[in-house]
Design a protein around this ligand. Structure first.
Ligand code: HC0
Ligand code: SF4
Length: 574
């Protein structure tokens, strides 16, 4: 431990702390911009400057280590002036069209300028050209808003271990972009959107599909069915200033009904369906010498990562489509038949915490009925914007329920899909009972919960040892697959999600400021909301979902039947 003085306050901290961390512990707030805890700690923007007694120059507190007896001033005139000119410099080459920016009122640069009282830019720099790359289905990049903080670069390189975005050129021409001036559509980007979440400004955002959805709602000839992913309920409240991890299932449903959707369903129904298909696929592979380990296939970011980087493992992937795609296929077949609606007049919207699903729904094979399974994917953030556009007073809404008939029932197993380990846990709840032929009272598999990088367990099921593993974030996925490849580890079943934390921290979830991220593990807070919903639901195992049973009786026959394969399964490309 060392003791130092910050703004006349004595504080004792571990000796590996930075000044920024020490200040935080002392309750002193130093502004930051490029800093992102654990991801980008480079001291590049020089907004977190502080004055250290005896030092000749001001120092970036996010990287400067503490030392015994150090005396620090975080708010002297010298510090404030330097901070201000550094931000002015950034603003001099920034596209300042805040009013029409996606991040208006939710931008870290904007709040910082306001805080520092910047009212004019004393020197006008040469502006970077507004090169807008909107060629992919998922991600839009606007060069003129980029402040070169490097947060996206480091999240992509270190957390995802992908490295699509990097600094290119030198000096004044420095830019952050994919190599060789390529579009995001032409590189092995997995569209996880973690770069968007990391971006403090509006340089990266999702492809906006809001108008497409309003148009469908407005069209009287179109029957619009919306489904919401499990993780959306754990994030949407943040768009309306609710604390992180507030579960807003009922208000979300109420808002969707007011917006004019004809049907409001929960993707959880299809998550239960996925468990039926994937669980039986696993049992079949284990019993009949199929390819093992079987790996989950519901995260489209992970699927792209596997296709680009681990083609040897494509046969290990479950052939199951992701739940929302299954839901789309069932809506355009079973639901259409039961309701007597021509599937060509049905428009399926998925509200997802994910940007990769915007690309997934466009994959050519995702049209089992002859129509797109899913017509549009909106992120949680886009839903938040639509609710505001509709002038709905979200916080005042009374809770409402999803539509109940045909595809309306869901279990706790479906809900927990949105957190890392959840798909595995949901599968085990079903597989254990099928293999053992008995009912288990205990349904919580806590060994695979939580945010540890890679989680493992060995279970005895049906007299057999079953080895399982869970990885989240593609860096961890890569680490796990390398061990499997080298024969260091053997498993029967692996769950992989493309984003760290699983869907709750997907690339389509509301932005959380770097300041908040210093104190909170958003992954755990949002996951809590899902585990809470699981606990209060009367049915917590997918195979006990009565409407799923009915769907098999009336339509699909049995898990992995010919019809199920046609509608609910897919293939991958190297
Ligand atoms: Fe997920 Fe899903 S759990 S991927 O994270 O499997 O996006 O929330 O909707 O489809 O159900 C995302 C979340 C889903 C799907 C489900 C799965
Ligand atoms: Fe990297 Fe994911 Fe962003 Fe693509 S979407 S650039 S893979 S962080």
């Amino acid at each position: 431990k060392v003791t130092l003085t910050i703004d006349n306050i004595k504080v004792e901290v571990p000796k590996d702390y930075t000044i920024l961390e020490a200040a935080k512990l002392a309750g002193i707030d130093i502004p930051t911009l490029c800093f992102l805890k654990g991801i980008n700690e480079v001291g590049a923007c020089r907004v977190c400057l502080v004055e250290i007694e005896g030092a000749r120059t001001l120092q970036a507190s996010c990287v400067h280590p503490v030392s015994e007896g150090m005396v620090v001033k975080t708010n002297s005139k010298k510090v404030r002036d330097a901070r201000k000119s550094n931000v002015e410099l950034i603003l001099s080459n920034h596209n300042r069209e805040c009013l029409i920016c996606d991040r208006n009122k939710n931008c870290e640069l904007q709040s910082l300028s306001e805080e520092l009282g910047i009212r004019e830019i004393p020197f006008e720099g040469i502006k970077t050209e507004a090169i807008i790359d909107d060629q992919s289905f998922s991600i839009v990049r606007d060069q003129s808003k980029c402040i070169l903080c490097g947060r996206c670069v480091n999240v992509c390189r270190n957390i995802q271990k992908i490295g699509i975005l990097d600094f290119v050129n030198r000096g004044f021409d420095t830019q952050v972009a994919p190599a060789f001036g390529k579009s995001m559509a032409d590189v092995p980007c997995i569209y996880c959107g973690q770069c968007i979440v990391a971006c403090p400004v509006g340089a990266l955002k999702e492809k906006d599909d809001i108008e497409k959805v309003w148009d469908a709602i407005e069209n009287p000839d179109v029957h619009v069915v919306v489904q919401t992913a499990p993780a959306v309920r754990a994030g949407l409240g943040e768009c309306f200033e609710l604390p992180i991890g507030t579960r807003v299932t009922g208000k979300m449903v109420a808002a969707l009904k007011r917006m004019g959707f004809d049907r409001v369903y929960d993707t959880n129904f299809a998550a239960d369906l996925t468990i039926m298909e994937e669980g039986h696929e696993l049992i079949d592979r284990v019993q009949n010498g199929g390819k093992l380990p079987m790996i989950t296939s519901c995260s489209p970011g992970w699927i792209r990562y596997c296709e680009f980087n681990y083609p040897d493992f494509l046969e290990n992937l479950s052939t199951c489509k992701s739940p929302h795609q299954m839901m789309g296929a069932i809506i355009k077949s079973y639901y259409a038949q039961k309701k007597g609606i021509d599937p060509k007049n049905i428009f399926v919207v998925s509200i997802m915490p994910c940007t990769s699903k915007k690309t997934e729904c466009q994959r050519p094979e995702m049209n089992s009925t002859g129509y797109r399974d899913v017509d549009a994917v909106l992120t949680t953030r886009e839903l938040g914007k639509m609710i505001k556009q509709a002038r709905i007073k979200f916080l005042e809404l009374e809770d409402e329920q999803f539509d109940q008939d045909l595809l309306g029932e869901y279990t706790g197993a479906g809900v927990i899909f949105g957190a890392t380990g959840g798909v595995m846990e949901a599968a085990l709840r079903t597989v254990a009972e099928v293999l053992e032929g008995k009912v288990f009272e205990e349904v919580e598999y806590t060994a695979i919960r939580g945010v540890e990088d890679i989680k493992e367990a060995t279970l005895t099921l049906g007299g057999m040892e079953v080895k399982i593993a869970v990885a989240h974030g593609t860096a961890n996925a890569g680490k796990l697959l390398e061990m499997v490849k080298l024969g260091e580890k053997q498993y029967h079943f692996i769950e992989i999600m493309g984003c760290s934390g699983g869907c709750v921290t997907g690339g389509g979830q509301p932005h959380v400021s770097a300041k908040t991220l210093m104190n909170v593990d958003v992954r755990a807070e949002r996951a809590k909301a899902l585990y809470e919903e699981d606990r209060i639901l009367p049915i917590r195992k997918s195979h006990e979902n009565l409407q799923i049973k009915k769907l098999y009786e009336d339509f699909l026959e049995k898990p992995n039947s010919h019809k199920a394969h046609e509608l609910l399964h897919t293939h991958y490309k190297a």
